[in-house]
Structures are given as structure tokens and as C-alpha cells.
Design a protein around this ligand. Structure first.
Ligand SMILES: Nc1ncnc2c1ncn2[C@@H]1O[C@H](COP(=O)(O)OP(=O)(O)OP(=O)(O)O)[C@@H](O)[C@H]1O
Ligand SMILES: [Mg+2]
Length: 219
């Protein structure tokens, strides 16, 4: 059974008389252990699609199922429960609660998913080069450090489905390799990973690349 299914997703945004069709009929199934890269120009719908897949945004048409359960058009509390249990999400920005340190952000994510404290936290931070930043506040981090801290938060609950929006946009080539290693390890453990990216290096690390143009997946 696929971990994640999207069927006929549509999403429209309105601004006065202007309508943007950000998603126009997206069908997608991602299996356990798969690493999928979503590629496409700026404004093509990548972030909109990922937000719908993660249940942070609701599609206007179609639906998303995670681990065999309907995520779309459920009450917010039900969506939040499914998200906390199954999904880790690294957004393009705003992954960290401002007044908590990096380590506290990670612990918060674990407790939301109903998981107990584990010893892995220092290793997780060290594996992507931010081992010394557990006690830092988000405002003290650079863009690249904050993306990596956000990735640790997304990974904190060891989610079956990891969704990352441009996880390596602000990091150097060496750090990008570390991020890829962490993502691949997560796949090897049986999770599925979906990343939106403009990076050829990250795309080459994936098992499958999808291209999106004007809200549609293209071959
Ligand atoms: N909240 C919103 N309100 C209005 N329009 C939006 C909103 N979010 C996205 N859009 C529009 O939907 C389209 C898709 O945007 P999206 O953010 O999904 O693109 P993207 O592929 O992630 O781009 P990038 O590579 O720059 O991150 C764009 O035309 C964008 O302007
Ligand atoms: Mg985007």
C-alpha cells in the first residue's frame, strides 16, 4: 500500500478578480522507502502541492490519503492528529517556534507525536553539522542552520512520511551532502521522502523525479 496518495488535486487562490490555479489535477502515489524529488520553476505549484500533501492546506478538489486514512476535508483536530502521527514537514520557512531553543523545538515535536524523549537528539543534530546549536534560539541561526534545525524537527518523530520544501536551498555543497545522507537514511528505514527542490544534486539522489509546470505533473 502506498504511504501517500493524492488524487485529482486542485487548488485555486483568489485575489480580487484574479484567480490563480496553483494545482490543476495532480495524481500521485508514493510508496514506503521511496525518495521522490519534485522539480519545477518558481511559481509552478511545488509548495502548494507539498502543503496539501502534508494537510497544512486543503485542496479545493480531490483528496489526500496518508497511511490508508483520509487527510483531506477532515476536521482540523483529526488532520492535526494524522499529521502528528505520520508526517514530518519542513516548510520553506517558519518551522521553528521562536521562543524555544532548537532542542526544545525537537522535544516539542516528539511530544506532539506522543513519543518519549530518546537519546538520539545530539546525534541527529551532529549528523547535519549543527551539533553545537541545540541551545540556540531560532533568531540566533543563519538561514542554512535554521533549515537544518527545521529538518531535525521534521525528523524528530521519525515520521512515515517526510515532506521537505527546498531543504538545501540555503546550505553549501558539503552540507547538502549531509542533508542528502540524512534523507536517504530515513528512506532506508522504510519511510517515504518527498522534496521540492531546484538542486540537481538533490534531484539525482532521489529514486524518482517528478516535474510540475503550471500546476500539472508533466512527464
Ligand atoms: N497563499 C497564496 N495566495 C495567493 N496565491 C498563492 C498563494 N500561495 C501560492 N500562490 C500562487 O500559486 C502559484 C504556485 O505557488 P507555489 O508557492 O506553490 O510555487 P513554487 O513552485 O513553490 O515556487 P518556488 O520555487 O518559488 O518556491 C504561484 O502563482 C503563487 O503566486
Ligand atoms: Mg515553493
Amino acid at each position: 500500500m502506498p504511504s501517500l496518495i493524492a488524487s485529482g488535486l486542485y487548488r485555486f487562490f483568489h485575489d480580487g478578480d484574479n484567480e490563480t490555479a496553483a494545482l490543476r489535477g495532480i495524481d500521485l502515489a508514493v510508496n514506503p522507502g521511496e525518495f521522490v524529488a519534485l522539480l519545477g520553476p518558481s511559481g509552478s505549484g511545488k509548495s502548494t502541492l507539498l502543503a496539501c500533501l502534508a494537510g497544512l492546506d486543503e485542496p479545493d478538489g480531490g483528496y489526500v490519503d496518508v497511511m490508508g486514512q483520509r487527510l483531506s476535508r477532515r476536521p482540523e483536530a483529526a488532520r492535526a492528529r494524522l499529521r502528528a502521527r505520520h508526517i514530518g514537514m519542513l516548510m520553506q520557512m517558519g518551522n521553528l517556534v521562536d521562543h524555544l531553543t532548537v532542542a526544545q523545538n525537537i522535544r516539542l515535536q516528539r511530544s506532539l507525536a506522543g513519543q518519549r524523549e530518546r537519546a538520539r537528539l545530539p546525534e541527529l543534530l551532529a549528523s547535519i553539522g549543527i551539533g553545537a546549536l541545540g541551545d540556540s534560539l531560532p533568531s540566533q541561526l543563519s538561514g542554512g542552520e535554521s533549515a537544518r534545525a527545521g529538518l531535525c524537527v521534521a525528523l524528530a518523530s521519525e515520521p512515515f512520511i517526510l515532506i521537505c520544501d527546498e531543504p538545501t536551498a540555503e546550505v553549501d555543497a558539503e552540507t547538502e551532502k549531509d542533508v542528502i545522507t540524512v534523507l536517504r537514511q530515513h528512506c532506508s528505514a522504510g519511510a517515504c521522502v518527498i522534496v521540492a527542490t531546484h538542486s540537481d544534486v538533490l534531484a539525482r539522489a532521489a529514486n524518482r523525479c517528478l516535474s510540475i509546470r503550471d500546476g500539472r505533473l508533466v512527464a
